[in-house]
Design a protein around this ligand. Structure first.
Ligand SMILES: [Zn+2]
Length: 402
């Protein structure tokens, strides 16, 4: 891997983020309400349910680890149980480690050899807990994200999670590995400095994937997908999607949102015309407010209000749930990092595939000429209500993300 920075602003190594955006006292108060236990630097959030096929019951709880110097984010994925049920005896069910090649899996889930494996884990009646270390996605607790922790630190944090939460030591590792045709790209020829570069097959054609770190950016970790080497990108009229990550939709196949459809629709169109880019921002899960809050809204969408205890029997839609928790300013995403990546690539004008005017404005402020292009996703997997809710709240909210 080429370690020379050929362009300024991209940094290969990252410590815990000191540049997370300011969050309000109200936001902090909301987060505190969502904490299930907090002990010895391990914060276990209650989380919420995934919306999968009817015979699958899966609950996702975020866990933050803060050892004073480094920060980690784990997901505990409860299958056929939930953290409240297991609170008295968390070691009563087996735990396994779950490793996901995140970018590859988001691109090619149904062709991915790990997809069947993951869905098999979710099927059946056996109770179990899957433990996953994540590079990003829990942007606001305990701080931001730490994409480049070494394995020893991650293992130490995992040990701490196991001992503090009292879950069983994971004995089995489930690795949703890279698809067989993923290959590392030689970075020495690239104009961008990246943490990794790979090639994947998406719908029968090549996708180049570049992991980038912006050290002084709140979202830090970016993934750029292109149908050709990134240095071959044209400078004008580039078809672009700026894609906020969504683990539950894009990895775990939650059917309540259209995030995977949006990503795949954009990539398909880019492949069809032969050029363009997706700038994917994993840490913007849940409109940037992070996994702990996101999963609570997922519960509220299904009429479950464990943390807020509002006693409202009517399920909230996705926007109202976020408003109830965080107020009208719940979408805290920013797009200047995406604008910087475009500038580094020398791109001056884009056709931006989005329904979100804030994304267009964010890039424009960075000096990029932006023409908006609607996404036209339809909710093929059952996300029609989600899309309808976003349109219904168009007066206050211009988002196109879960
Ligand atoms: Zn989503």
């Amino acid at each position: 891997m080429n370690t020379e920075a050929l362009l300024p602003g991209l940094n290969h190594t990252v410590r815990g983020s000191e540049c997370a955006p300011e969050i309000t006292e109200d936001y902090r108060e909301t987060l505190n309400k969502l904490v299930l236990t907090h002990q010895n630097g391990v914060t276990h959030f209650l989380g919420g349910p995934l919306d999968l096929d009817d015979d699958k019951k899966v609950w996702l709880s975020p866990v933050g680890v803060d050892d004073g110097e480094t920060y980690s984010y784990f997901q505990l994925i409860y299958v056929n149980t939930d953290p409240l049920e297991l609170q008295d005896d968390p070691a009563s069910v087996p735990a396994s480690l779950l490793e996901v090649d995140e970018a590859g899996y988001k691109l090619t889930p149904h062709d991915h050899p790990g997809y069947t494996q993951l869905m098999n884990q979710f099927s059946g009646k056996m109770k179990q807990v899957l433990v996953r270390h994540c590079n990003s996605g829990m942007a606001y607790y305990p701080r931001a994200i730490t994409p480049t922790l070494d394995k020893m630190t991650i293992d130490a944090h995992l040990d701490r999670v196991v001992s503090v939460l009292g879950i069983r030591e994971p004995e089995v590792s489930i690795t949703l590995s890279k698809p067989s045709d993923a290959e590392e790209i030689d970075l020495s020829a690239n104009v961008l400095r990246a943490t990794h570069a790979r090639k994947y097959a998406f719908r029968g054609a090549e996708v180049h994937s570049y992991g980038l770190v912006l050290d002084d950016d709140p979202w830090k970790y970016y993934e750029v997908f292109t149908p050709h080497p990134v240095e071959d990108m044209p400078k004008e009229d580039v078809l672009l999607r700026v894609d906020s990550g969504c683990d539950i939709g894009q990895i775990f196949d939650d059917r309540g949102c259209d995030c995977r459809e949006q990503l795949h629709t954009a990539l398909s169109e880019i492949q069809d015309i032969g050029t363009g880019a997706v700038i994917h921002i994993p840490a913007q899960d849940g409109r940037g407010f992070g996994a702990a809050t996101k999963m609570e809204t997922e519960g509220m969408k299904r009429g479950i209000e464990v943390a807020t205890n509002l006693g409202n029997a009517v399920p909230y839609d996705t926007i109202t749930a976020a408003q109830v928790l965080l107020g009208d300013e719940f979408d805290i995403r920013t797009y200047s990092g995406a604008g910087r990546i475009l500038s580094m690539l020398g791109i001056r004008s884009v056709f931006l595939q989005t329904d979100n005017r804030l994304k267009a404005e964010g890039l424009s402020e960075g000096g990029i000429s932006v023409t908006r292009k609607p996404t036209n996703t339809t909710g093929v997997r059952g996300a029609e209500n989600h899309i309808a809710a976003k349109h219904r709240h168009n007066d206050i909210y211009y988002g196109d993300e879960d």
